[in-house]
Structures are given as structure tokens and as C-alpha cells.
Design a protein around this ligand. Sequence first.
Ligand SMILES: [Zn+2]
Length: 95
Amino acid sequence: MQKCENCKSQFSWHKIYKSLWWGYKPINCNECGMAHKITTSGRFVFVSLTILPAMIFGNFLSPFNNFFATFGIALFILLLGSLLLPFFVTFKKSL
Ligand SMILES: [Zn+2]
């Protein structure tokens, strides 16, 4: 998981997760205060773990004819994928 590029202290899962759902809000290191922004590949990871699998399920893989059932499962996939995000999304320090 992402560490501070300045002082190498570990960012918490919760801190990264929150940043992602607040529109990629920059993360400030708890130890040194250095701000970190999401990288371009980090945004790509975000989309490929959340919106993309949910859309693929909704459009191609859903066994349901019921919109709400499909939507519910798609939402579940999105949430499940998002739990993994902090392990894969990368940040870089910004001044
Ligand atoms: Zn730091």
C-alpha cells in the first residue's frame, strides 16, 4: 500500500479510501504533512476496479431481466472492488 514519498510513513487504508471517494482529494501525510495526489495510472486503477466491472456486469453478464436486481448486484461489485482500491492505487507527492 502507498507510503509517504517524503518520510516513508504508511498511509492508512481508510485515508486512501476516503480520498478516492472525495473526488481524488489529495492525501496529507500524518507525519510530515506532505500532500500526495493520485497518479494517472491510479485513476485508471480506480475505474477498472469499480465502474468498469459494474458496467460490464450490468450490460453483458447479468442473468436478471429485472433492472433493480441487476443494478443492486452491479452496485455490490462496485463496492467490493472499491475495498481493494487502497492496495493498488498509487499517489505521488505534490507541492
Ligand atoms: Zn510523510
